[in-house]
Design a protein around this ligand. Structure first.
Ligand code: FRU
Length: 486
């Protein structure tokens, strides 16, 4: 398929446009071209070409779901950030849309890094959706010297491009270093005012900052919503990124990534942590002080959730900087399956399960009977389900004897191993009972949901091993499904 690089952004970077009718479906040729890449996941969103990271601006407008994402349209590595855009009517199949946001500053000078960083959608009381996001003003050092400011992009018709961009916050509070980004905004009915959070650090501790506004344009700093305990800084954490804060049932949930953090006992990094608590009078009081892991796998980062149709739906970026796609790949980066968030029975844990659309959209064909054994796998995305006690279970998927993934439960400890693992990092989680497990495998992506979604583990492997056999040993009953597009 020949791309049509006919639009050039202000920055001089060529921005891809697909087809003449920018609002219409972008054409089966693009889907066919993507599907012709034997390594490209089928159930998970990926950009047609080039680099993608965080999900941004998630929302549903009318019947259409919008997924924006951090995008570098000039290569398969991270670079000056744009907002890519895709739309869907079922949360599973996506149309690729033109780039929505371009970096505003002049990036012509080689090596400058900056751009339209992460942000989220906000639906005003007038029903209109706006996007709050961070613009990073470029610096020549990736880790220092930059400035981050907050802006609003008001979309024009059909969300093809912004109609107006306004800077709303430039000055950082005292003690807050360069990292000052990734806004999430909501209307606080009790305060009758807007609230916004930003990821940052305060005197070196990762922190989430809380802001208030009467009009959504002028913002006052209300103080920290959360400041991480000192041990995080000692373990390398520099700042909070992509904070998410939302009502879930009758609680409030705070989700954070700690850039630079390495978990000492397992060696894992790129983890997302969460707290459940109460939010009143601009104070967030966690029910328990311990941060809980949202996903134990490390390839589930920059999660963004949003409320639609009474559900809290989330996407995350499946990447952890450690491994990457082999040279020659047309693109880099995939999104998780859409997940729906809830709380467990005693409201002490966040649960995530694939959205019902994942089940509706794909025909699940049982490929294995209801028992342990050794099975041939189809060359397609699969789902494995175990129900019953998980203790002692083991799933080993291989291609010609080479390991694709191994999932095992020893005592109450669930662990995942991929071909690329050398044992220096342990991908483990403790089950609380362990009576059910769902595992999706899609061309190197493994997403696990156990204990009703209270334990989730996501890994992205790059060894390009497409398993053709699956060995199941478990006293739970097992089923394997082939996931096919309808
Ligand atoms: C997280 C992140 C965000 C930032 C964006 C830049 O992955 O670092 O904090 O806005 O990526 O691409």
């Amino acid at each position: 398929y020949a791309y049509n690089p006919r639009s050039v952004s202000k920055t001089g970077i060529t921005v891809l446009e697909f087809g003449e009718h920018l609002v219409e479906r972008t054409g089966p040729e693009i889907d066919a071209w993507c599907a012709s890449d034997p390594q490209r996941p089928r159930l998970h969103f990926s950009p047609v070409k080039h680099w993608m990271n965080d999900p941004n601006g998630l929302c549903k407008i009318g019947d259409v779901w919008h997924l924006f994402y951090q995008f570098h349209p000039a290569g398969t590595d991270w670079g000056p950030m744009h907002w890519g855009h895709a739309t869907s009517r079922n949360l599973c199949e996506w149309l690729h849309m033109p780039v929505f946001l371009h970096p505003e500053q002049n990036l012509a000078r080689l090596g400058a890094t900056g751009g339209a960083f992460s942000g989220s959608a906000f639906r005003g009381r007038d029903g209109k959706v706006k996007f709050y996001y961070t613009e990073r003003l470029p610096a020549y050092d990736l880790f220092a010297g930059y400035r981050e400011i907050q802006k609003i992009a008001e979309p024009g018709r059909d969300l093809i491009e912004p109609e107006r961009i306004t800077t709303v916050l430039e000055v950082r509070p005292e003690g807050v270093e360069h990292d000052f980004r990734d806004p999430k905004v909501w209307w606080d009915g009790a305060a009758r005012a807007y609230r916004m959070i930003l990821g940052a650090s305060i005197d070196g501790d990762p922190a989430v900052l809380l802001y208030g506004s009467g009009d959504g344009l002028e913002w006052q700093y209300l103080g920290p919503l959360y400041r991480a305990p000192a041990r995080f800084r000692a373990e390398g954490a520099r700042a909070v990124e992509c904070p998410d804060f939302f009502r879930l049932e009758d609680k409030w949930v705070l989700v954070m990534g700690f850039v630079g953090h390495i978990e000492p006992t397992t060696g894992r990094h790129n983890l997302l942590y969460a707290l459940i608590g109460e939010f009143a009078g601009d104070r967030f009081v966690p029910d328990a002080p311990e941060l809980q892991l949202l996903d134990f796998g490390t390839d589930y980062y920059a999660m963004q959730s949003f409320e639609a149709e009474g559900r809290q739906i989330a996407f995350a970026w499946l990447f952890n900087w450690e491994y990457r796609k082999p040279e020659g790949s047309a693109y880099s980066g995939e999104m998780s399956l859409p997940r729906v968030l809830s709380l467990n029975e005693d409201k002490s844990k966040i649960c995530m399960l694939p959205a019902i659309e994942v089940d509706e959209r794909y025909v699940a064909i049982p490929v294995a009977p209801d028992r342990s054994g050794d099975y041939a796998l189809p060359s397609a995305p699969i789902e494995i389900r175990l129900s019953g006690p998980l203790q002692g279970s083991k799933l080993v998927a291989t291609e010609g004897g080479e390991l694709a993934f191994e999932v095992s439960v020893a005592g109450d400890i669930l662990s995942i191993r991929l071909a690329q693992d050398d044992g220096s990092i342990r991908y483990v989680a403790e089950l609380g009972g362990g009576k059910d497990l769902r595992l999706f495998h899609d061309r190197g992506i493994v997403e696990i949901f156990a204990d009703g979604g209270a334990v989730c583990g996501t890994r992205r492997g790059y060894a390009n091993i497409e398993p053709d056999r699956l060995e199941i040993s478990s006293s739970a009953s097992a089923q394997v499904f082939e996931k096919l597009a309808k």
